[in-house]
Design a protein around this ligand. Structure first.
Ligand code: MG
Length: 673
């Protein structure tokens, strides 16, 4: 699709929005363009604001995906770019999607994309981009030889000049270096430098480094160009790959979080970004710098401007106004002002249910009193798509909580919303799931089909105890026939009193296996449910509270929110220590009562009262007068900072003294010695 076509189609799409809304979306898009390179996190906030208002517009999703990519929010980038591609058919997004998969540590998926029929049918610059990403993925996997073979499929004739050849030569040089062919690498960095008339690579810098006898290509300079970030690299044990790679020149903003957390070489097709840059600027209403919405100091999210959002924002009162009570049960001795609590640091709570608020048919210890006296709005955000909000609220009320259906955000609602965003009004979806899910689908104006023979436009799949082979087969038939596929959530298991049962994710996997397709996902850790929850809260700075690192906490990362892990459900203290960067919470507390602890006490950083020593796989805790609440935060901070060398299977955690041993035992670590 040519940029000029895109312009026209975007104008048309924006025209499909309410006028005031279209202007607001366009303003946010302009801000994304302006901030993309210099302030990628802020750019992403603007992109998200545009998405909230104009999520049906392909280019808005594309911009959101590129902004997420530039900010290193890989999961969100994958999800948005895939959606954009589905809407616009823009195949130039494929290399970006593949590269974002690399950012998530999924090099194999990046290769799969490159090798797919669609990946192979790219031409010109896009094809070259795809090869560069594929080669990068090979290097992620420690296969520089295969990276070389991949790049040799492109035109490596010396004498070409321009961005494309410069980037290709640079990637080739990096792969040569990773393969131990230093002299050849020097030659190709020189070729890259010669081709690089637009100065898009740092090939010259690499040549200077390689000319330095103290420079070890296996280690780089010891202090490293990335500061301490090597410790945070989720995926890659091989510094050559990560390092050589990270310098691949098309990283749009080397100082962004992307450079910090991701092993990936962003291979943003400049063509894609340029298209984005061109479009809003070419849009007449926004060309003359309209007044911008105020930007919140805390999050950078534009405060809601007086526009009609495409979905109504319903601020939720929660139990505010109920309680105007004392500060904290943990209030310190008289005289001193109470330190700010976790709760007081945020303006809403986005609470997971099972394992956080209740466990099956019983409230979790401390949950009722904590939530009863909370003065900020509370939303209950659940991946469970089998029950409707009113039923969930009723269950909460039976357990002694105060909750209304408007406080419950389910993956069924978000899944239905996804359908609405992708389908024309009046379309039909095959519903594989509960009646509650079917009802949510009807409420967004999509008809419900019950068989593949009805030729549905989409399939939506959520958990129900009544799904069997026959229903899954209907889904497979419809998906094979080209229906859009949405999964409410992909939790592999379903916790029960008897243990872990088969969850929706496992049923989705059966259909994926039968069709070779992957669904759009609404639930945590994917963005849609989290975004719906934020939107419903009507606030800028909510805190995500949950018991699972791989859904709740990763979901918080997906949308850039702070999070707190409670140890009353699935994830344990030991799991926390082993968490990859995208699953690391801001705080950890024993249970919900911890929300009234001082915010700095439970933040996951080093705390003065504890000394943590790490020797190989042995972690020793020395008590230096710290309270139990800051022990796990200190421990997690130390283990995370120690990098990738720890084998968590082998990890032992022990106390050097009686106090430390006792407290570790309470946290579930075996007491050694
Ligand atoms: Mg849970």
């Amino acid at each position: 699709m040519a940029a000029s076509d895109l312009d026209a189609s975007v104008r048309r799409d924006l025209l499909s929005l309410d006028k005031a809304n279209a202007e607001s979306v366009a303003r946010h898009l302009v801000m994304v363009t302006r901030l993309l390179e210099e302030a990628p996190v802020l750019a992403l906030e603007h992109a998200r604001a545009a998405r909230r208002r104009g999520g049906r517009v392909g280019l808005v999703r594309e911009t959101a995906g590129i902004a997420a990519y530039n900010a290193g929010e890989w999961q969100e980038a994958v999800s948005e770019l895939r959606t954009a591609k589905r809407i616009t058919g823009n195949s130039a997004l494929l290399p970006l999607i593949a590269d974002a998969e690399r950012g998530l540590g999924r090099a194999d998926r990046a290769i799969e994309i490159a090798r797919s029929e669609e990946g192979r049918s790219l031409t010109g610059e896009e094809a070259t981009e795809m090869r560069i990403v594929e080669a990068g993925a090979r290097m992620d996997l420690g296969e520089p030889e295969k990276a070389l073979v991949t790049l040799q499929l492109e035109n490596l004739s010396v004498g070409q000049a321009g961005t494309g050849p410069a980037r290709l030569f640079y990637a080739y040089a990096s792969a040569l270096l990773a393969a131990g062919r230093r002299d050849d690498a020097v030659t190709w960095f020189m070729n890259a430098s010669a081709a690089d008339v637009d100065d898009v690579t740092d090939a010259e810098m690499r040549l200077v480094e390689l000319a330095d006898p103290d420079f070890d290509p296996d280690l780089g300079y010891q202090e490293g160009v990335d500061g301490s970030s090597a410790a945070d690299d989720g995926a890659d044990g091989d510094p050559v790959t990560a390092d050589a790679d990270r310098r691949v020149p098309h990283n749009p903003a080397p100082e962004t979080p992307a450079g910090d957390v991701a092993p990936a070489a962003p291979a943003a097709g400049p063509s894609v970004r340029e298209q984005v840059a061109e479009v809003p600027a070419a849009d007449p209403p926004v060309a003359e710098e309209p007044p911008l919405a105020a930007v919140s100091a805390t999050t950078g999210v534009a405060e809601s401007s007086p526009v009609v959002a495409d979905t109504e924002v319903v601020p939720v009162g929660g139990s505010a106004a109920q309680v105007d009570g004392d500060e904290s049960p943990e209030e310190p001795e008289s005289g001193e002002p109470a330190p700010e609590t976790v709760m007081a640091s945020y303006d809403a709570l986005l609470l997971d249910l099972d394992g956080t608020v209740f466990g099956g048919h019983a409230p979790i210890v401390g949950a009722r009193e904590t939530l009863a006296r909370a003065e900020i709005p509370q939303l209950f955000v659940t991946n469970n798509a089998s029950r409707r909000p009113a039923e969930v609220a009723e269950h909460l009320n039976e357990l002694g909580f105060e909750a209304g259906p408007e406080q419950v955000v389910t993956s069924a609602q978000s899944g239905a919303q996804l359908l609405a965003e992708h389908l024309e009004p009046g379309s039909r979806a095959l519903v594989i799931g509960s009646d509650g899910l079917a009802q949510e689908v009807r409420e967004v104006g999509i008809g419900v089909a019950r068989s593949a023979d009805d030729k549905p436009d989409a399939v939506i799949q959520g958990y129900s105890a009544h799904i069997g082979w026959a229903e899954l087969s209907e889904a497979a038939l419809a998906i094979r026939a080209g229906a859009l596929w949405v999964a409410t959530n992909i939790d592999a298991t379903l916790p029960s009193e008897r243990g872990l049962l088969v969850g929706n994710g496992s049923l989705v996997a059966a259909v994926a296996n039968a069709t070779g397709k992957t669904p759009l996902v609404a639930g945590k850790p994917a963005a849609p449910l989290m975004i719906d929850a934020i939107r419903r809260s009507g606030v800028n700075n909510p805190l995500v509270v949950g018991d699972r690192l791989d859904t709740d906490i990763e979901g918080a990362h997906t949308v850039g929110l702070d999070s707190v892990l409670v140890l009353t459900g699935v994830s344990t203290a030991r799991d926390l220590l082993a968490a990859p960067p995208e699953q690391r919470p801001t705080y950890v507390v024993a249970d919900l009562r911890g929300l009234y602890l001082p915010v700095d006490l439970v933040r996951i950083v080093a705390h003065e009262g504890w000394q943590i020593r790490i020797d190989g796989h042995a972690v020793t805790v020395v008590s230096a007068g710290g309270p139990v609440e800051s022990l796990l935060p200190s421990l997690a901070a130390a283990v995370w900072a120690s990098g990738e060398s720890i084998d968590h299977e082998e990890l032992t955690v022990s106390g050097a003294d009686g106090t430390a041993s006792e407290m570790l035992h309470r946290l579930g670590f075996g007491v050694v010695g």
